[in-house]
Ligand binder design. Sequence first.
Ligand SMILES: Cc1ncc(COP(=O)(O)O)c(C=O)c1O
Length: 331
Amino acid sequence: MIVSPPRIRLAQLPTPLVFLERLTAKMGGPRIYVKRDDLTGSWMTGNKVRKLEFNIAAAIAQGCDTIITCGAVQSNHCRATVFACASLGLKVHLILRGEKPAQPDGNNFLDYVGGAEISYFPRDVYKARLAEIVAELKEKYAAGGHKAFFIPSGASDGIGCWGYIHAAEEMKRDFAVQGIAPTHVVCASGSGGTQSGLIIGKALHGLAATIVGINICDDEKWFRDKITSDMAEWKSLHRHPLDVESLPINMIDGHVGPGYGEATPEVFETIKMVARLEGLVLDPVYTGKAFNGMLKEIGKGRFTGGDTIVFVHTGGIFGLLAQRDRHDFTT
Ligand SMILES: Cc1ncc(COP(=O)(O)O)c(C=O)c1O
């Protein structure tokens, strides 16, 4: 029996599993499905909500009343955390990497709507001093009579993994109900926690599909190291007998483009094409970049007509709005 740690229900589950009939016909290769984790909620939506169910439950179990977390200015994770905390009556403090925008937009705009306390740090300071900044904030809150809990970037750690361990079980049920046997589950990897959870979940729940991550930043080595360390932390925290070191980590590198948060015009074209063909909205930072990568890999023959792929739509709609000036609507 699999005993998971305390959980607070935040996500609207189960999310739908949808067949992309017209895209499958257009590509002429594998059957393509989408697991709609962009529907885990509205403003509190995307893959992070599944993970936060466990990270925030851990914070409350430790008697904390304040959550500190971090990420990019347009972090979906930070925005989801703000609304999860507001809905539970917890304080939230965001440590954001980058300049304070003159006019907040997208996720960052919603951070303000949800009442987050926000500190901005230049990229180099954030990278060098994150642990100290967190320690200083925890002390500051303690001095004011509060107890703060830190959730790392993307809620990708040994606790957050549980979100996608449960999602793997949910998908196993989806596949049985729809009578399909997917060969691959593909996700965008940004901090690795979704993929770590799916890899462990596949092993625990006996999912046949191969789990594949398409990294949207950094490189294959960075993700192998991060996923290995998240899975090791999960194992040690929960004293689980699963041999996590032997679990395969399948990454498809080569689709990062100019860098984190920056996409090529081709990604924006794919976003438009998928929106118009299937009524599905992707984002340029995560899902659009990974989905475009997946289509390119189909073109190269990595996935073939005998395959059935499930793409996990991990959300990101507000990041799309923040890059409105990059869209070309002349075609
Ligand atoms: C919309 C969206 N998709 C995918 C990811 C990647 O998930 P993970 O950080 O678990 O790798 C993130 C966050 O990083 C995200 O916000």
